[in-house]
Design a protein around this ligand. Sequence first.
Ligand code: ZN
Length: 450
Amino acid sequence: MLLAHRIRIDATASQRDYFARAAGTARRVWNWALAEWNRQAASGQRPNAMALKKAFNRIKYSDPDWLDSDGNPWLRAIHRDAHAQPFANLAKAWSRYFELRRAGQPAHAPRFKKKGRSPDGFYLANDKFRLEGRSAVLPKVGRVALREALRWHGKIMGASVSREAAHWYLAIQVDVPDYLARRRRTGDAVTGVDLGVTNAATLSSGEKIAGPRPLKAALRRLRIRSRRLSRKLEAARAAAGIIGRIVKGTRLPASKNRTRGALALARLQARIARVRRDFTHKLTARLCRENRAVAIEDLNVRGMLANARLSRAIIDVGFYELRRQLQYKAARYGTHIVLADRWYPSSKLCSGCGARNGVLALGERAWTCAGCGAQHDRDVNAAINLQRLATGALAARTALPEASQAVTRGAAAGPGPAGGGEVTPVRHEHGQQDGSGQEENAVHICTRNR
Ligand SMILES: [Zn+2]
């Protein structure tokens, strides 16, 4: 089972300097490769990442673009993994793009990376570094201090160094043997989880879990810091005598004040991300630990983000991240994840009699069933419907002939149940859903999948 551990590096000033240069190199090589790719594609050729890498290797120590002011190839100072990996990443990005397009999903072609906009980071192959307790020995920089030792035992597959605000992190990918990666569950329940805006999660037990809403709390501060930074930018432009749009490639002279402002903003954004991550980790761990099966709605996050009024709260809770964590933790706890497709009318079905309330509006928090007269809390009712779905999916599984095999496998691995860790999508033919805010939206909103 592939698991990653991201550890903060206590870097010295010279180490930070190297990291920044290596990340800059990775970005620049990506941009070079992408430009070449686009150029070849435009002239009717079929670009290929391996061939591009070979072409780059031929010029990287001689082309004037890659020499410093003294005519020396500066790339020699950076470990080769940092400038080799972008080619593999680019090949992956293109194949993902073509795959999404074939599937008819919204996608955009790989883009150029911009300094300060794209995340900074670079790759290290598994044989290029070693870990010694709370330190790591990295190529070109030597020993770096880590905040903690690697948590997993297993085969180290690779690592990446990346920056978040002012700090650098080492993320190590480890192939952990299943028997070590497995976690023992404390419960055997089947739970439906309604993800929402008012409450981050509502469980079929009736429990409502409020999100930390870090973005909302920090929003005022975020606005202030963004405004301060944009004023500093404005001042820098005025000082440089630039009126109107900045010509591409123009570099405003860096001032200490502006750098400080940008850092303050980045620090706040990083803090918001940390609070959010912490919350989703705790929630998803708990759901997987306490349940034999968890059903959630496979929300069309892209469509929901297109709804501007909802989007802030949704980004705040971090649906994508929540679902991603739920899926990989399910494998560790042997929990079955049931995904109800987005046409499943979980909010509109009466969990008592199954009647469908076709007129339920998005804002209605409570409703009474016209069929049986039951009073429903919108979210709890939806969660109960999802729980039903999970129970049904489990029953269907045990009825299948291959279930006996899964039971044996689960028994051998310890407390894992039949089919644990698998994800079952459940399809529904209810057609387009109306007014629930989850409809397919033609507007393509790009969200970074973290
Ligand atoms: Zn009813």
